[in-house]
Design a protein around this ligand. Sequence first.
Ligand SMILES: [Zn+2]
Length: 354
Amino acid sequence: MHLEGTVLVGPDFEPVEGRVVVADGEIVRIEETGVESDAVILPAFVNAHTHIGDSIAKEAGEGLSLDELVAPPDGLKHRLLRDADREEKVAAMARTLRFMEATGTGTFLEFREGGVEGVAALRDALAGEGVAFGERAIESVVFGRDDPDVLSVADGYGASGARDADFGAVRAAARAADKPFGIHAGERDAADINPAMDLEPDFLVHMVHAEGIHLERLEDRGTPVVVCPRSNLVTNVGVPPVRRLTERTTVALGTDNVMTDSPSMFREMEFAAKLSDLPAREILRMATVNGAEIAGLNRGVVRKGADADLLVLDGDSDNLAGARDLVRAVVRRAGHADVSRVVIGGEPVVPRDG
Ligand SMILES: [Zn+2]
């Protein structure tokens, strides 16, 4: 198959009028044809931090603090999850997966609660087990927790935070299994940042309260950070120093809990761009190739040999028509209604089913 339009090529998203040729799930070449088309072709998004398990609890808990909302074991999220049956939770996750595909996300890095069974429930949602609309194409990179055995079924370990427990043993187990270890740090304050960094994680999540010493440590070890600025605003813990983090290390964007924020990368990009005022290209890298790099995947960029995960927008939609700066318009203005096609692993996902 091939896609034709203005192709945003490489990590700098250089616009090329032409086509992307795809075979066997890979981008085999990019041809400059000079053919003008309204389509805008960019890499599908990589959402670098999600908790989709709480898809049953959207917008619950107005006015609650971060701990009241999500702290285990008795935060509102955990009580609602205990009260819901498995079938309902899997169906809600499946609808979130379909929404993520429809809004251009090809891959997501999921922090999954509930040990081995929690991972199994997500895999059922991906497989369309008991869900009317069937299997999803979106690819998950699942970070399990709550059980040392979870590493036998998950792609990595995703720790809640260094103040909750001693993660030394699971960190070592992840290393022995050659699987990545990620951990939340610096969400409500700075106290758990150094202990998290002492574990030599493969990446950190949040870092809202990163101070000078932490930025130096990030730079020294080259530890990437996933930021979730909308989530941090909603839970009233502040906003991450996105610009200062990008000066020191690789930064990727995540939408965090479905309970608090819609898992649309368009919304996260717009918010992060306007909050930080970083160049649009930098924000688009945070929404694509940087997250892929954290997950060790060759995608999130339109180049020969990369996985064919692609998003096509209608550049002549009422929302995007007349844009003077295409990349800036994609980052700060585009949304779900501008999506005309989504291709994951070389296969069309949108349009596909109703
Ligand atoms: Zn999280």
